[in-house]
Design a protein around this ligand. Structure first.
Ligand SMILES: Cc1cc2nc3c(=O)[nH]c(=O)nc-3n(C[C@H](O)[C@H](O)[C@H](O)COP(=O)(O)O)c2cc1C
Length: 457
């Protein structure tokens, strides 16, 4: 049987995530991101649609590259205001039992001990449904907010991330033995001290001598997600990621990235298929092709070109303000996200992008493709994407909240199920077990496995 297609929802605790301007659509409820009910509804919808999970993006700074200041980002609510994503998880977990949570936390401004405890806490509270999207940031504004003049250079960020991972793996996997906690009420021993040990780490970036503060959680290490596909990002994904989120405007751009990611994993002894790769995509689905075309045209009228270029400037580090809309964008290397720049320059030599084309394309669903149609047309297109690029599934962004995802769940999922290309029930177990076909812990040669308490008695 052809491989099943997986869905994640791509969202963010803010008004405008990937579709700038659409918050103005009369049916859009994005401004209610501050209300808990919004997130509970989303979680229920996604679980009804048997999604692998909800992926919550995050940034710690404002998109102030466009025009050299935050005005356009603020005007357009382009990923600002933005609230903390982790705090949504316990609420969404109470109304679901299977949905996974892939949450973005930028490690550049974190201490390993406290980050590890936050994820362990959520792993306990969700009974093993938490994942961490490991990012290092791309906004200088975030660095300034943390007391630095600008962000660390691109490839150095990944080197520091490597060291950070070594520390948190030790905390999650190596500090407490599986049998450390005995809860022996008669003997008066909750935890056997001799089965807990301190993690000692000293490097130019991270230093600690401490035991992990949380007792072992169902998954120990959260499911590791990653989303950068520059050569350095790919290397990191190949070593650490269990799931990778990629984005690009076409199959031509994505297919080689998928192959390169799987090859990078294979180079470090993992199987290429150990990585689940999800492509960002927006699906505008209605009962019929005609109704969907009309819906997409209606949505388009609300897209904001300024909002789109504000986002794109932040992702690439290039200020698109004041450029002639007819200007063809040329490749420049920056210290922001490199794949974002590749997407519109070198990734597809047969295609050039003008500033106006970028503004229009990014207006709905960011730099990802937008599929429009009745269930059959969109399902055909998704099957072609999977078959031609080798992705495992899609990271579905919103055009209009919440109707984009409701239409996917009510119309597209049943069509894919009829075709035998979508699950009809959730597998059992933790998020890792569900994603990996039953594997509870990370196995060698994944670097986390080497830090297991029992691997080094
Ligand atoms: C689908 C997708 C989602 C991402 N989400 C976030 C995010 O929420 N926060 C963040 O700081 N970076 C995010 N990134 C950026 C990457 O983690 C990475 O920092 C960026 O792509 C630069 O790395 P690269 O040069 O290796 O591509 C995302 C990237 C992609 C492709």
């Amino acid at each position: 049987m052809a491989k099943p297609i997986r869905f994640n929802a791509f969202d963010m605790n803010c008004v405008v995530h990937q579709s700038p301007g659409l918050w103005r659509h009369p049916r859009d409820r994005s401004a209610d991101y501050r209300k808990l009910g919004t997130w509970l509804d989303l979680a229920r919808t996604l679980e009804r649609g048997l999604f692998d999970g909800v992926f919550l993006a995050d940034v710690l700074g404002v998109y102030d590259v466009f025009g050299g200041g935050p005005a356009a980002a603020l005007r357009n609510a382009a990923q600002v205001p933005v609230n903390d994503p982790l705090l949504l998880v316990p609420a969404m977990a109470t109304v679901t039992t299977n949905l996974g949570f892939g949450v973005t936390v930028n490690l550049s401004y974190e201490a390993p001990l406290t980050l590890a405890r936050r994820f362990s806490t959520l792993d306990h509270l969700t009974e093993g449904r938490i994942g961490w999207n490991v990012v290092t940031g791309y906004l200088d504004s975030a660095a300034r907010g943390m007391g630095r003049a600008k962000q660390t250079a691109h490839d150095d960020r990944y080197a520091i991330a490597e060291d950070f991972m070594a520390v948190v793996y030790q905390l999650w996997e190596g500090s407490w033995a599986d049998d450390a906690v005995v809860r022996d009420a008669d003997g008066g021993v909750f935890t056997r001290p001799e089965r807990v040990r301190a993690v000692k780490h000293e490097s130019p970036w991270h230093r600690l001598d401490a035991i992990h503060l949380s007792e072992p959680s169902p998954q120990r290490t959260p499911v590791i997600y990653q989303a950068g596909t520059s050569p350095a990002g790919r290397g990191f994904a190949g070593r650490h990621a269990e799931c990778v989120f990629i984005s690009g405007p076409s199959k031509v751009v994505l297919a080689p990235r998928v192959a390169a990611l799987r090859q990078t994993a294979a180079q470090v002894g993992r199987r290429g298929d150990d990585l689940l790769i999800y492509a960002m995509l927006t699906a505008i689905v209605a009962e019929t092709d005609e109704a969907a075309d009309a819906l997409a045209a209606e949505y388009r009228r609300y897209a904001s070109a300024e909002g789109a270029l504000t986002l794109m400037s932040g992702w690439t580090g290039v200020d698109f303000a004041g450029l002639d809309p007819a200007t063809v964008v040329q490749h420049v290397q920056s210290e922001a996200g490199r794949s974002a720049m590749e997407n519109i320059t070198r990734a597809d030599p047969s295609r050039v992008w003008t500033v106006a084309e970028i503004a229009e394309h990014v207006g709905i669903g960011g730099i990802g493709p937008v599929l429009v149609g009745g269930p059959a047309r969109v399902a055909d297109a998704l099957e072609a994407w999977v078959d031609e690029t080798g992705v495992d599934g899609f990271n579905l962004a919103f055009a209009v909240r919440p109707e984009t995802m409701r239409n996917v769940v009510d119309l597209l999922v049943p069509e894919l199920q009829r075709r035998g290309r979508y699950r009809t029930e959730y597998p059992a177990g933790t998020l890792r077990e569900k994603l990996s076909g039953g594997q509870p812990r990370l196995q060698a040669p994944h670097p986390a496995a080497a830090y297991r308490y029992n691997a080094n008695p």
